[in-house]
Design a protein around this ligand. Structure first.
Ligand SMILES: [Cu+2]
Length: 180
């Protein structure tokens, strides 16, 4: 099991590192690279890997047995470190967040942990449920998952289980919510 987890976690990071996403913690800049992994289903409280990539949008009236849970690995390293050694930042967290039309905001159940073996953060157990709004990932080093004490990391606007046309509508929805 451990071997399998390690292999799946490490694979996405063999490609050239991407430092287009940066965060600042205590005056230090870090690169944040996110790789979506296989989506999961949930059966009797247990998550099972599927042959489908994340992120998955869960259709509006989908019954919970068929929900797809999205999973991502997140790599953190110092901007100044040419070796890109993986960093474990105390208190760093990523959480799902939704901006709805009309100004309402809310989060979603999820799990976020640092895997000591791969030295990657694992973000999992989130069902991005379809609704009139836009899902994003925000990061914080504070206790609460609120908007004031966090910053946006990624907008989730390209789902693996949607067609190009459907994803285009998601992008439009996300842009309209931001300008609401
Ligand atoms: Cu919502």
């Amino acid at each position: 099991m451990k071997w399998f987890l390690l292999t799946t976690l490490l694979l996405p990071f063999i490609a050239q590192a991407d430092c287009s996403n940066q965060i600042e913690v205590d005056g230090n800049l870090y690169c944040v690279e996110l790789s979506w992994l296989s989506a999961q289903s949930k059966s009797r409280g247990e998550f099972l890997d599927l042959d489908e990539p994340s992120p998955q949008l869960v259709a509006m009236r989908e019954v919970p047995q068929w929900w797809r849970y999205s999973v991502a690995a997140i790599k953190l390293w110092s901007v100044e470190d040419k070796d890109e050694e993986r960093v474990h930042l105390e208190g760093f967290r990523v959480f799902p967040y939704m901006h709805m039309q009309g100004g309402h905001h809310h989060g979603a159940a999820h799990s976020f942990e640092f895997d000591e073996d791969s030295e990657l953060y694992l973000f999992s157990g989130v069902a991005f449920r379809e609704m009139p709004g836009c899902w994003s990932l925000r990061w914080t080093a504070f206790e609460a998952d609120d908007e004031e004490q966090s910053e946006q990391l990624f907008v989730v606007d390209s789902y693996a289980n949607l067609s190009a046309a459907e994803n285009e509508r998601v992008v439009e929805l996300c842009e309209s919510v931001v300008n609401d």
